[in-house]
Design a protein around this ligand. Sequence first.
Ligand code: SF4
Ligand code: MG
Length: 327
Amino acid sequence: HKPLLEIKNLKAYFHTRKGRLPAVDGVDLKVEPGEIIGIVGESGSGKSVMSQSILRLHEYNSPIDYEGEILFEGEDILSMSKLKLREVRGNRIAIIFQDPLTSLNPVYTVGNQLDEVLTQHKKLSAADARRRTIELLKKTGIASPERCVRQYPHELSGGMQQRIMIAMALACEPKLLIADEPTTALDVTIQAQILELILELNRELGTAVLLITHDMGVLSEACTSVRVMYLGQVVEEAETDELFENPLHPYTKGLLQSIPRMNYDRTKELHVIPGTVPPLSEIPSGCHFSTRCPYAEARCFQREPPIFDAQGENHWVKCWLAKEELL
Ligand code: SF4
Ligand code: MG
C-alpha cells in the first residue's frame, strides 16, 4: 500500500547573503487519500515553505535546494521534469493561498480563467466548460454566477476571490488540496463558510487536504490529525483529539494556551509564548525551541532531541522532557 503523499526527510535550503539556511529541516509526513491534516505553527515555523515545496513553488522566485523525497502517488516530485510537474500541479494537486490575488490572473475575467482550467485539464468544449463554470460558482455560494463570470478578480471581495480559488480546485477534482492559511485574511463569518467549502470538497470528492494555519480553532474543527512545526521541524504530531487533550511539547502547550475563550479577531496572530521565532540565521543549537522554552535545561542547549513515540494515537514528540514524563 502506498500513501497518496509521502515526504521523507525533506530539507529545503534558501541561499541568502547569510548563507545556506534550512527553512525545512528534516520533515517526514504521510498523507492518505481523503485525510485532512493540519499543519500549525507561528509565522516563521516553516509550514508554508514545507507545503509549497510539495509543488516546488519556490524555484520560481528564490534560490532554493531540496534534499529528501516527496513521493506523490509513488513518484518523486523533486526529480520530476518541469513538464510533468505542471501536469501534476493544478490537475492532481491544487493549492490555495491566504491571498487569492497571487494565484488569479488580473487580466482575465473569472469566467475565462475557470473555462480555461476546464478545457485544458478536463478537455471540455468551450460551451460545456462555461456551463460547468456557472455550476461551480453556484456551488461555492456565489449568488449571481452569470454576473461573476464577466468580472475581473480585483473587482471582487477577498471572500469572493477565495470562492473562485475553491471553484478552480473543484474544477480539477484534485487528489490533494494544499490550503495555506486560506481563511486568515477574511472576516469571521466568511472564514467559516470558506472552511465549510473545503470540508465539502473533501467529503464529496475524497480530496485529501493539507490545511496550514496558525489558528488552533480551525484545526480542532477540521482536521483528523495535526503536525506542530517550529523552525523547520515537526515537534509534535498526533490525532487532533489526542493533541488537544494531551499536548506534550512545551511549544504545543503554549499554542493551545493562546486560544482565546470567546469571539476574537482571527486575523491577528496571538503571541502568548514569550518572544518570537528566531530567524533562520540564528537557529539555536540543541533543541530549536530552547531559547523560548520555560523548561529548558543544560542538555536542551547541547543536544537536539530525537522524535519519541508517545505511545498514544499516532502521537510523537520531539522533546527531552516530554520523553521522561512519558516513562
Ligand atoms: Fe524545552 Fe528542552 Fe523540550 Fe526543547 S527539549 S522543548 S528546550 S524541555
Ligand atoms: Mg505562511
